[in-house]
Design a protein around this ligand. Sequence first.
Ligand SMILES: CC(C)(COP(=O)(O)OP(=O)(O)OC[C@H]1O[C@@H](n2cnc3c(N)ncnc32)[C@H](O)[C@@H]1OP(=O)(O)O)[C@@H](O)C(=O)NCCC(=O)NCCS
Ligand SMILES: CC(=O)OC[C@H](N)C(=O)O
Length: 174
Amino acid sequence: MNFIEFIFQDWAANSTSAKGRVILLLFRIANFCTTRKIYYYLGYPYRIFYKILVEWFFCIEIPWNTKIGRGLRIYHGQGLVLNSQVVIGNYCTLRHCTTIGNKQLPTGAISVSPVIGNYVEVGCNACIIGEITIGDHVTIGCGSVVTKSMPANAVVAGNPAVQIKTRLQAVEVA
Ligand SMILES: CC(C)(COP(=O)(O)OP(=O)(O)OC[C@H]1O[C@@H](n2cnc3c(N)ncnc32)[C@H](O)[C@@H]1OP(=O)(O)O)[C@@H](O)C(=O)NCCC(=O)NCCS
Ligand SMILES: CC(=O)OC[C@H](N)C(=O)O
């Protein structure tokens, strides 16, 4: 992927959200610094600019080096906080007031962060924390607190979040 393809890889997915497009364009320019060591050094001033603009003014924290697949969609573009160790697959959707990150373990150590599959849809006000895996095509309901791994195609909701149905069942009912 060349630079232009790299920085516009989320553009089409955010066709209904100019703000989502701008935030992810700014992120991908910073994220490009992960692709070669020379860009890590050359991109340092830009990463400071990115951090100040996106964290302080847009109130979105997506660390520059977070591993995120193509086609991420951000709806509503506020109050979103990701840990840099989070891994997100292709074509996922994140909404406002959502946190994805680590937790403190009983030993006092800090856990690793979630690994999220492809085509995962996250409702608003969700917290997804700890060493867990979210399978492909999972839907996470609004207000969910997800602390356990979830299988592919699950629709999960609640605090603590549990599987309430599969995505196929959700489609059959609709
Ligand atoms: C999780 C979700 C996808 C499920 O949708 P659905 O398949 O239509 O589910 P249903 O409405 O049939 O609900 C099934 C059960 O789960 C419960 N439930 C649904 N969403 C829930 C949620 N977010 N938290 C807790 N319980 C939830 C319902 O109350 C219902 O319980 P019941 O069987 O005791 O009556 C949806 O409710 C949701 O939360 N979507 C996120 C949307 C969002 O973020 N919108 C904001 C836009 S900005
Ligand atoms: C707040 C709201 O209903 O937003 C709708 C939007 N399409 C979304 O799914 O995020």
